[in-house]
Design a protein around this ligand. Sequence first.
Ligand SMILES: [Zn+2]
Length: 254
Amino acid sequence: MMIMRGSLGTRLLSLEDPYTKEFKAKILALSTTNGLNRLILDRTAFHPEGGGQDSDVGEIRGPSGLAAVSSVIEVGGVVHHICDRIEGLFKPGDPVIGKVEWGHRYGLMKNHTASHIIWATLERELPKARIIGSHVSADKTRFDLEVERDELKRSLPRIELVARKIVEEDRPVKIEIVERDEAVSRLKSYGKSPLDLPKDAEWIRIVEIEGWDISACKGLHVRRTGELGSIRLLRRTSKGRNLDRVEFTAGLEG
Ligand SMILES: [Zn+2]
């Protein structure tokens, strides 16, 4: 099995199993820069922000300290836990228990899988539109599109309907790490461009929503689309001439 780690190496338990809520680790370093407290651990289930996805939040508890983790970033493969509040004391070598705030994490997982479903739906329903940005947070996913506005307005009800159908069909979401050549042929089999693959990477992590979408992605996902419960369009806003933002949410009733 391939161990997921950055070049210098914080082991990312969130990629090995995104359903990990609690973990044991050891403090390697701590620092305060620009008024921000940072904890560095040998391994972590806190997922760093990146690829358009927000980071986890939660807490880290040591023998004589408690830290509230407000954001998580990766710098050269090392995960920094940014803590806006530290009570007591931490020191290198301390054993700690990390707790990822599960409601927030599960929201990220559901909305990230929703974003892949919707992305593929937008490509099918609006072939002339260009997706120029996307973002995943715990409560929603958003897309910025260059698109003919009336066409988007006309298509949104159907886009929501098609995305919901993919949820109802409870399709498996499969994650694999494959060699670049394999990733290229898998993307092509879904009619997607291999230009979307990260440059220079020998091994690619691919996320496949069976029969619907395949993408290179380092984010967090659920195991099956049915876990989303539903997908709902929240709003469309105009951002400029033929530039619109659409926001969707997964997992909320209503
Ligand atoms: Zn993704």
